[in-house]
Write a protein that binds this ligand. Structure first.
Ligand code: FPP
Length: 520
């Protein structure tokens, strides 16, 4: 199972903390965003071009951290350029070339300047549509090599010189970032989205952005409106660029890169929209995870179980996508009572796999991937094998005091059996609480009494108000039969294991826009 180790998380957190607090040039949130994009670029360049080595990427990171250690803390607050006009002014007038700067860096700087001049000459619109991006990648490669070489090999004890030298490199980074940003940043990149880009550069760090964000700044330190400010700054920068649809934005034509980058950009875009949407995320989202077997067949996987395994990994991702999108209650349907018709040859391995995943979620390096998850199972537990029931009980007990995210898995669940059960319990409760005969209790039972006996209500959760189903199927199959009365419905065409984060966020955005009248 892919997940971040706490050491990796801590490293990234420390690194970002230092960037944010100690480096004057990164005092503005936007520059952290831009740096995140830059870091992503480095990693991608390394992955796809194979020209930037892992050591070089490490060199940059180490270099930046060592610069953070050495810089003068009194220098905090320096204004950095944030618009094209400011950058031009900065490059032209306020960035003096130190005399002891290595010649080759000077040359790269000149090349970058030429690029800028070229862009200006041609007009940014034309410039960005041309394959000039390739040249940028070559420059990026050169830049990274030289910078990392310089930072790593420089051992002088002359503090004054080191400081000047490091400062110059920092300016260089910012200089380059501006170009990089103007080429590939989406117009609605949010802080959260940028962090995601950063962590997604390391596949083991994927899908922890909000959590990471909170760890970096602490809950009380999250500046209210920070994303808004960031968006405004981006909008300001973007105002100097031609408007382009996401799909038209210039991307290097490297197989795999474009799709990957477009997905990140789309996620960032939808997250930005969600942040500013006047609606709210579902209070309680229900998901029908459909299409595991079709996925397995379509991808030519070895077995049906392989499809379920990818589905289980998707579930871990979706939990964290939902959490970071502000959803606090998530119920997923993993096995219906109808599914019990499937033979033991499919069910037994599926049960074992579920037990493994729940154990892994419980015992793993980062339990449940997101903090303070309360885990519960609804449905008919009597149909589950003992080993699965044991681990479920352990997970339920271990997470019983958690409150930030309620996560329910429906197993052996059917809508009709839930309603039947709720009706029986409602009559029973009426008899006991009001000392009634069965006939009197049946006569007095109300809808509210039955609602109180649904699983959601019994667990102290709001009723499911939105249901998402994957694999293009257009029916409920009895999921949340009682609660679906007013629930909004979203259908995703992708099979569950193939669902993209952008599709998920887009569905949430769509759900948040629904005009709900509740029959009025
Ligand atoms: C830890 C834990 C509980 C993991 C859950 C794993 C998971 C995603 C289970 C879903 C199983 C299931 C019956 C999916 C429906 O697809 P299908 O098999 O009916 O596929 P089809 O619609 O293509 O036939």
């Amino acid at each position: 199972m892919i997940r971040s180790s706490s050491t990796e998380r801590q490293q990234v957190i420390k690194w970002l903390q230092k960037l944010h607090c100690n480096i004057p040039i990164f005092v503005f949130e936007t520059n952290v965003l831009v740096f995140a994009t830059f870091a992503y670029g480095l990693v991608k360049a390394h992955e796809h071009l194979g020209c930037v080595t892992a050591e070089e990427v490490d060199g940059i990171v180490k270099g930046v951290m060592s610069m953070a250690d050495k810089l003068d803390p009194n220098d905090v607050g320096r204004k950095v350029p944030n618009t094209i006009a400011e950058i031009e002014d900065y490059l032209g007038n306020r960035l003096p070339m130190d005399t002891d700067v290595p010649i080759r860096l000077h040359r790269i700087g000149a090349e970058l300047c030429n690029l800028r001049a070229e862009a200006k000459k041609q007009g940014y619109s034309k410039f960005l549509r041309q394959p000039i991006i390739t040249i940028k990648w070559i420059l990026l490669r050169k830049f990274v090599r030289h910078l990392s070489e310089d930072v790593l090999t420089y051992h002088s004890t002359d503090k004054g010189f080191i400081q000047r030298f490091l400062w110059w490199n920092i300016r260089k980074i910012h200089w380059f970032l501006s170009y990089f940003h103007y080429s590939v940043c989406p117009s609605e990149l949010t802080f959260d989205g940028a962090l995601e880009i950063l962590v997604a550069g390391n596949p083991r760090m994927a899908n922890v952005p909000i959590d990471l964000y909170r760890e970096i700044f602490g809950n009380e330190k999250i500046p209210i409106g920070l994303p808004g400010q960031a968006i405004r700054r981006f909008a300001d920068m973007e105002a100097h660029l031609p408007r382009m649809d996401i799909d038209q934005r210039p991307m290097p034509s490297i197989p795999g890169f474009r799709e990957d980058a477009v997905e990140l950009v789309k996620c960032s875009y939808y997250r930005g929209k969600l942040l500013r949407s006047p609606g709210h995320p579902p209070r309680h989202l229900g998901i029908i995870m459909d299409g595991n077997r079709r996925y397995s067949k379509r991808r030519g996987l070895d077995s049906v179980l392989a499809g379920h395994q990818v589905g289980a990994q998707k579930l871990l991702q979706v939990m964290s996508w939902a959490f970071s999108a502000g959803i606090q209650n998530l119920t997923v349907w993993a096995l219906s009572d109808d599914n019990l018709k499937r033979g033991p040859q499919e069910l037994n391995p599926l049960f074992s796999m579920m037990a493994d995943y729940i154990r892994e979620m419980l015992m793993g390096d980062a339990p449940f991937l997101i903090p303070e998850v309360r885990f519960r199972v609804i449905g008919d537990r009597s149909i589950l094998p003992d080993h699965l029931n044991d681990i479920i009980t352990k997970a339920e007990t271990a997470t019983a005091n958690n409150t930030r995210f309620n996560f329910q898995i429906a197993l052996g669940y059917g809508g009709r059996s839930e309603v039947t059960r709720a009706a029986k319990l409602a009559v029973q409760a009426k008899m006991e609480q009001e000392c009634l005969s069965i006939d009197e209790a049946v006569a007095k039972v109300t809808e509210a009494d039955i609602t109180r006996q649904t699983y959601s209500a019994q667990l102290g959760l709001p009723q499911i108000d939105a249901i998402l189903r994957t694999s293009g199927e257009n029916r409920l199959s009895g999921f949340a039969l009682w609660e679906s009365h007013h629930a909004e419905f979203a259908i995703v065409q992708e099979n569950w294991p193939a669902m993209k984060q952008s599709t998920f966020l887009k569905s949430l955005l769509d759900l948040s826009k629904r005009n709900r009248r509740f029959g009025a």
